[in-house]
Ligand binder design. Structure first.
Ligand code: NAD
Length: 315
């Protein structure tokens, strides 16, 4: 078996901090270099960690060369809500960062690259229920525009430069071990913290706003499964639809109330409501299931039980 050397960019974020631990288990701590523009915080400080700004392409090149990197997981991005407040920052980081990584993969003959897209790549005229793999894509946020453009870049580098780049269109990711980074689905993480600490939560989306979501364990599982799949099974080189569940704020609140009967939710929609309204309500991920065997383990009930059993010990 080839000994891999894995570079994780943006490892300190909500996804990166948990995915890095998944990579430690798969490849061994010594073979994973976690990097971020800040940190290291918490558990990431226990292993190889370096400060890296993905926009500094010469430093990226030097690290790949020095460490003989064979795989890159590029997770650094400005997310949807933050991106609408700072569109140029979002465009610069999300586009230049990706192109730097793809160019470096060509230059250094990196075996595999992972880059996440998002349901934000869809838009207001995309079919909203069970959104198919191939459909109308008219994103209305800068974040979504950058994700759709990123998908096309990935496909282009695969076809024209032979880069084995793989991608998932994540729905909202929900975990309790790390805080979310400025997305429109962040409420579904914050609600657990507020339910336990204050028994009340003010939601920035309307009660009936359905969105596709995925528990963090499933997101890590899907990512590693995609990256470990044989090359010939990966037929989509833009990005694969994946999902775990779909719910609205009143449904997750009702689930939490089963464990914390005094919990109350109120609603005060803000600018994030229109972002959520432009996205799919549920996702059809049958192509990922057929191509490389994707299957989620967590629905709303299983996820709520797991988070409420484990989060109190961390508060
Ligand atoms: N969290 C979700 O619900 C979700 C959903 C869909 C897609 N995604 C995608 O998954 C990826 C990770 O998302 P996340 O939720 O972990 O985001 P996050 O904001 O929590 O983490 C991003 C990390 O990137 C780092 N970073 C910022 N600028 C950098 C730079 N110039 N160089 C290096 N690192 C830099 C940040 O410090 C941060 O630790 C992103 O591409 C995001 O678009 C996330």
């Amino acid at each position: 078996m080839v000994k891999e050397k894995i570079l994780v960019i943006g490892a300190g974020g909500q996804l990166g901090s948990e995915l890095t631990q998944g990579l430690w288990k798969l490849h061994g701590k010594d073979n994973v270099i976690a990097t971020d523009i800040k940190g290291p915080e918490g558990i990431l400080g226990q292993a190889d960690f370096e400060i890296l700004d993905v926009l500094q392409d010469q430093k990226l090149d030097a690290l790949i060369r020095k460490s003989k990197v064979t795989q890159i997981y590029h997770l650094a991005a400005v997310l949807s809500a933050t991106g609408e407040k700072n569109p140029k920052l979002a465009w610069n980081l999300n586009m230049d960062g990706l192109v730097h990584v793809l160019d470096a993969a060509v230059e250094h003959k990196v075996n595999k690259v992972y880059w996440p897209s998002s349901i934000a790549a869809f838009g207001p005229t995309t079919p909203k229920i069970k959104t198919p793999q191939d459909t109308i894509m008219d994103p209305s946020t800068v974040y979504g525009i950058s994700k759709l453009a990123g998908e096309r870049w990935c496909d282009w580098y695969f076809r024209n430069k032979g880069v084995d780049v793989r991608s998932l269109r994540y729905p909202g990711l929900i975990g309790y071990k790390s805080k979310p980074g400025g997305g429109t689905t962040d409420y579904a993480v914050d609600i657990f913290f507020k339910a336990l600490l204050e028994k009340k939560f003010e939601c920035f989306l309307k009660s009936d706003t359905y969105l596709p979501m995925m528990y963090m364990d499933d997101a890590v599982k899907a990512t590693l499964q995609l990256m470990e799949a044989p090359c010939e099974k990966i037929k989509v080189r833009s990005s694969y639809n994946v999902t775990g569940m779909s719910f609205c704020p009143s449904e997750i609140a009702a689930e939490i109330k089963k464990y914390i009967p005094a919990f109350e939710i109120t609603y005060k929609p803000d600018f994030r409501q229109s972002i959520a309204d432009s996205w799919p309500k549920s996702i059809n991920d049958s192509v990922a299931r057929i191509d490389w065997g994707w299957e989620p383990a967590f629905g709303l009930e299983e996820m709520t039980a797991e988070i409420l059993a484990n989060l109190p010990a961390l508060l």
